[in-house]
Design a protein around this ligand. Structure first.
Ligand code: MLT
Length: 393
């Protein structure tokens, strides 16, 4: 028998997902840089400011202790889980059992990606916001579930149109993904909204997966709630948090899941099977972040707020219509003259060398929008705005 062709074709589920949005944008930027274009990246939300020194020092101390060099405890060190519970109580007034309601994550993206494996059976539905962080959909597909897009529309303040979901879909649904402050729209939600969500979830037996990665990135006096502030939420909700955006730690990969015991436990079981936890020294640094001085967060927010205001003002001066978000690192703007998102991004890149993200990358309801991130150093951001002004004013 002759040799068979090696079956390296990506699996059908991977083919359905394709490359990650930002991996794709990175690749295109590399091509442009290779052609000599001075590219300014307003695409990914990746804080340019350094991690505060006391957090770096905590890592340095911990890394010199050889006990941190072995496998970490699967679910997180006791100290890390206690620090999370303390931070949560102080920040949201919600008390958590650190042993059963807190789980360390290799960043909230990792937890989101593994949750459908923990809770969804093949063919069951996960309700995913559209536009939404692409991981909700791709993780559902990986678990052989069915993602059902729930539109976020501007006329509803980009809150999900839960009342439009057909009963047939709801009867097959098990997960409802939410994310406020919202990526990519910058929309924010109230505790009253979360109370409605909890009632809805209880009616249909859904687990709410609330991605609260931007809880600390808010402006103009708005303070983001946790869904766990709602009475009874811990019966149906799991919430994911990240240190990435709050403490400028995207590269460190550390976050946590909290809330419903059964969901936390199931996610922990997936993780014990597929990964070996967060490096213990990184958890020690995370403890320093959560328990230490929080003034760096206010300084970071002041920088983002100033950038937000400069970007919004500059874009309005060229006749575009960005709203002023109360949360996240993003400006979510309709394309001028109803152009397609991809065409507009390609045109901006061609005319200015500035990368912005096409809204359609977040789902069909993101078409007609683009996203600009505020995580570029001031001088480069101003250069990007100058180029846009020169090209479009
Ligand atoms: C984004 O730009 O949407 C985020 O930085 C991506 C992420 O958090 O993984």
């Amino acid at each position: 028998m002759g040799a068979q062709q090696v079956k390296t074709t990506p699996s059908q589920r991977l083919q359905r997902i394709g490359a990650y949005l930002f991996a794709d944008l990175d690749r295109r930027q590399e091509e442009l840089r290779a052609r000599g274009v001075d590219v300014i990246n307003l695409g990914v939300g990746d804080p340019d400011l350094p991690t505060p020194p006391h957090i770096v020092e905590a890592l340095t101390r911990a890394v010199h202790d050889p006990r941190t060099h072995r496998y970490p405890p699967y679910l997180g060190t006791r100290e890390f889980r206690e620090a999370v519970a303390e931070w949560f109580a102080g920040r949201f007034g919600v008390s958590l059992d650190p042993q059963q309601q807190v789980l360390a994550l290799i960043g909230s993206k990792e937890g989101l990606a593994h949750l459908p494996w923990a809770l969804l059976n093949p063919g069951e539905v996960a309700l995913v916001p559209d536009p939404g962080y692409p991981v909700y959909r791709s993780a559902t597909i990986m678990a052989e579930g069915e993602p059902y897009p729930v539109p976020l529309r501007p006329e509803r303040g980009f809150l999900p149109a839960l009342d439009e979901i057909p009963a047939e879909i709801l009867s097959r649904a098990r997960l409802l993904f939410l994310n406020y402050p919202n990526n990519p729209t910058g929309a924010v939600a109230t505790v009253e909204f979360f109370a409605q969500v909890v009632a809805f979830a209880q009616r249909w037996g859904l687990v709410v997966v609330h991605d609260n990665a931007y809880s600390e990135i808010t402006y103009d006096g708005y303070v983001a709630p946790s869904i766990l502030q709602v009475d009874g939420a811990a019966d149906c909700a799991i919430e994911l948090h990240s240190l990435s955006k709050t403490y400028n730690m995207t590269g460190w990969r550390v976050g946590f899941a909290v809330g419903n015991r059964a969901a936390v436990d199931a996610l922990g079981t997936v993780k014990t099977n597929v990964d070996s936890g967060v490096f213990t020294a990184v958890q020690a640094a995370a403890v320093a972040a959560l328990r230490g001085p929080q003034d760096s967060v206010a300084r970071t927010l002041a920088i983002y707020r100033a950038r937000r205001d400069r970007v919004v003002a500059a874009l309005r001066r060229v006749g575009w219509s960005p709203p002023t978000p109360k949360g996240t690192l993003y400006i979510w703007m309709p394309t001028p003259d109803g152009q397609s998102a991809a065409a507009f991004c390609a045109e901006v890149l061609e005319r200015t060398g500035v990368v912005i993200t096409p809204g359609a990358g977040y789902g069909a309801f993101g078409e007609g929008y683009v996203r600009l991130s505020l995580t570029t150093p001031d001088a480069r951001l101003d250069e990007a705005l100058d180029r846009i002004t020169r090209a479009y004013a």
